[in-house]
Design a protein around this ligand. Structure first.
Ligand SMILES: *[C@@H]1O[C@H](CO)[C@@H](O)[C@H](O)[C@H]1NC(C)=O
Ligand SMILES: *[C@@H]1O[C@H](CO)[C@@H](O)[C@H](O)[C@H]1NC(C)=O
Ligand SMILES: *[C@@H]1O[C@H](CO)[C@@H](O)[C@H](O)[C@H]1NC(C)=O
Ligand SMILES: *[C@@H]1O[C@H](CO)[C@@H](O)[C@H](O)[C@H]1NC(C)=O
Ligand SMILES: *[C@@H]1O[C@H](CO)[C@@H](O)[C@H](O)[C@H]1NC(C)=O
Ligand SMILES: *[C@@H]1O[C@H](CO)[C@@H](O)[C@H](O)[C@H]1NC(C)=O
Ligand SMILES: *[C@@H]1O[C@H](CO)[C@@H](O)[C@H](O)[C@H]1NC(C)=O
Ligand SMILES: *[C@@H]1O[C@H](CO)[C@@H](O)[C@H](O)[C@H]1NC(C)=O
Ligand SMILES: *[C@@H]1O[C@H](CO)[C@@H](O)[C@H](O)[C@H]1NC(C)=O
Ligand SMILES: *[C@@H]1O[C@H](CO)[C@@H](O)[C@H](O)[C@H]1NC(C)=O
Ligand SMILES: *[C@@H]1O[C@H](CO)[C@@H](O)[C@H](O)[C@H]1NC(C)=O
Ligand SMILES: *[C@@H]1O[C@H](CO)[C@@H](O)[C@H](O)[C@H]1NC(C)=O
Length: 468
């Protein structure tokens, strides 16, 4: 009885003390942090987190306090931390507004008690080893502006409670194993500008809620198994989009001409899907485009002269489709191009001389078409930055300019299965960086004289034997 009274007296004293001197609470925050630190198997970077320094915790590495000395931020990215959040006592750190543990080796699951941190505006747990699901209590974090779980090993359905985060601007759940939730329970996110669901296990149709997030500038759904058509509302609503990546999915159908309404697009990446129809006339009216990747679809039609309007293009990848025109001379206006892939289509005719304007090219792949004519000396002398020149399986003819020896950055030179004639220029021997050279099935003369004999061995060299 007596002890109980004493205990109660002690308790009320403690409560009183808690009320009058905030340093008591602060100490307990420090103790709570120390307890988490001691649960970690690697925490060398937290040297300043020490019992000798417990009253000084606002100056510990990675800790920020509010004016009253209570912890309001934990910022410990790439700090070599290993362990779990199991002993992180969330309910003692209710003033936290920012929490960045990105790029550590933290594993285990995300505790449901995280939902107590209702003042959080920024939560970055990306690039760790977390597993398990997103706790539905995440929906209590209604102040969040920034949320990233990207690049972990997390699983399960994305909880619809995420929809409570009405203020979120940045949401990145990419590179995990998340599965498809009932998207119809997801509301609009009026402030969302960045949504990344890349590389998960999401399937079924395009999530409708996305087309209601009118502030989106960045959308990445690549590397999932989504199917079906792209809703028209994507093109008519998301007018602020600058980057749209739907690559490596099972999307299908013709792309609406309303895609031109996405007039701010810098990156349009739709490769490895089942898109069909004629689209180039339309997308060539989006002059801000820098990256246009449409490879491995079922697109048809010509490469239109209007492609020359895309003067900001860095990457144009149209390979593995059914484009069936010649290469328009206007393509030469796109002189910022570094990667040009037109391979595996049904392109015909000669290369327009204007392609000698493409002096920034590092990759040129025209292979597996029916292109004809000569490789002009003016091309070769302009294309000094080329790392890969792949023009195999076409109908190119004439002699190979000896200037080919100037392309000293070349790693890959694939000329096989064309109708090149004359001698193989010995200058090819100057190409010290070549790791693969294929010349077979051409009409070169003097095939037995191996032009590459006198230099550093190339890893894969195939020259004379298949020539006459
Ligand atoms: C206490 O922390 C401060 C700030 O990080 C540091 O400068 C100081 O060396 C620490 N003192 C001890 C005894 O660890
Ligand atoms: C977290 O820290 C990393 C590394 O400094 C940084 O790249 C990232 O932007 C930070 N997260 C946020 C939301 O500021
Ligand atoms: C949060 O900070 C306030 C002062 O801004 C303080 O009174 C309160 O005790 C702190 N809460 C916790 C759980 O430390
Ligand atoms: C976390 O990693 C440690 C060290 O690799 C391992 O022993 C432990 O089992 C892991 N815990 C979980 C929950 O994955
Ligand atoms: C903290 O979170 C846990 C788990 O969600 C919950 O049971 C508990 O009531 C919460 N505590 C506070 C103080 O909100
Ligand atoms: C977009 O976000 C801004 C603030 O960044 C906000 O004022 C505006 O209402 C939002 N627009 C829409 C359509 O929700
Ligand atoms: C383009 O959008 C308009 C108005 O939003 C719509 O009426 C039209 O049907 C759309 N075009 C196509 C090809 O779907
Ligand atoms: C989309 O762009 C086309 C062509 O520029 C225009 O006729 C149409 O009105 C636009 N639609 C919307 C919904 O803005
Ligand atoms: C082309 O894209 C489809 C759909 O994503 C994929 O299944 C297929 O493997 C791709 N083909 C190649 C050669 O990459
Ligand atoms: C290209 O293919 C379309 C059908 O897909 C055909 O109508 C057109 O004539 C072809 N053009 C050329 C130049 O072969
Ligand atoms: C290469 O691209 C730059 C812009 O990135 C451009 O200014 C320059 O003219 C291009 N070079 C050539 C040789 O076309
Ligand atoms: C060479 O190209 C022709 C037509 O371009 C094609 O029919 C043939 O299969 C190709 N041969 C080899 C060995 O690739």
């Amino acid at each position: 009885m007596k002890t109980a009274h004493l205990f109660l007296a002690y308790l009320s004293l403690l409560t009183l003390c808690l009320c009058v001197c905030p340093s008591r609470a602060a100490t307990s925050e420090a103790e709570v942090l120390m307890r988490w630190k001691s649960s970690l198997s690697s925490s060398a970077s937290l040297e300043s987190w020490s019992v000798n320094n417990i009253s000084n915790h606002c100056r510990w590495i990675g800790i920020r306090c509010n004016d009253e000395g209570s912890v309001s931020g934990i910022d410990l990215p790439v700090a070599g931390l290993a362990g779990t959040l199991d002993l992180f006592h969330f309910t003692s750190l209710l003033n936290l507004t920012t929490f960045n543990l990105s790029g550590n080796y933290l594993n285990g699951s995300i505790p449901a008690a995280l939902g107590n941190l209702t003042s959080l505006t920024l939560l970055d747990l990306s690039a760790n080893l977390f597993s398990g699901g997103i706790p539905p209590e995440i929906g209590c974090l209604t102040e969040l502006r920034y949320l990233s779980f990207s690049n972990n090993y997390m699983v399960g359905e994305i909880p619809y409670q995420i929809g409570n985060m009405r203020k979120v601007r940045f949401l990145d759940l990419g590179s995990n194993h998340f599965e498809t939730p009932d998207w119809s329970r997801f509301p609009t996110f009026p402030f969302l500008t960045h949504l990344n669901l890349h590389y998960n296990e999401l399937n079924l149709e395009f999530p409708h809620f996305i087309t209601t997030c009118l502030n989106l500038t960045f959308l990445d759904l690549s590397v999932n198994t989504f199917t079906g058509q792209i809703p028209e509302s994507l093109f008519t609503n998301l007018l602020k989009l600058e980057y749209l990546d739907l690559s490596i999915n099972g999307f299908q159908g013709p792309l609406s001409t309303n895609i031109t309404n996405l007039s701010k697009l810098k990156g349009l990446l739709l490769g490895d899907n089942y898109f069909s129809g004629n689209i180039l006339d339309t997308v060539s009216l989006i002059p801000s485009l820098q990256i246009l990747e449409l490879y491995n679809n079922s697109l048809i039609g010509e490469i239109p002269p209007s492609i020359g309007l895309l003067t900001n293009l860095r990457t144009l990848a149209l390979g593995m489709n059914r484009f069936n025109s010649s290469i328009p001379r206007e393509l030469g206006l796109c002189n910022k191009l570094t990667d040009l892939d037109l391979s595996r289509n049904s392109l015909s005719g000669p290369l327009p001389p204007s392609l000698s304007n493409l002096g920034n090219l590092s990759l040129l792949d025209l292979s597996y078409n029916s292109l004809t004519g000569e490789i002009l000396t003016s091309f070769i002398t302009s294309w000094r930055k080329l790392i890969a020149l792949e023009i195999e399986d076409n109908e190119f003819s004439g002699e190979l300019p000896s200037e080919i020896g100037l392309l000293t950055n070349l790693n890959y030179l694939f000329l096989y299965n064309n109708s090149f004639s004359g001698t193989i220029p010995p200058e090819i021997g100057n190409l010290q960086n070549l790791s693969a050279l294929y010349l077979f099935t051409n009409n070169f003369s003097g095939g037995e004289q191996h032009p590459t004999r006198d230099r550093k061995p190339t890893k894969y060299v195939e020259a004379g034997p298949f020539n006459q």
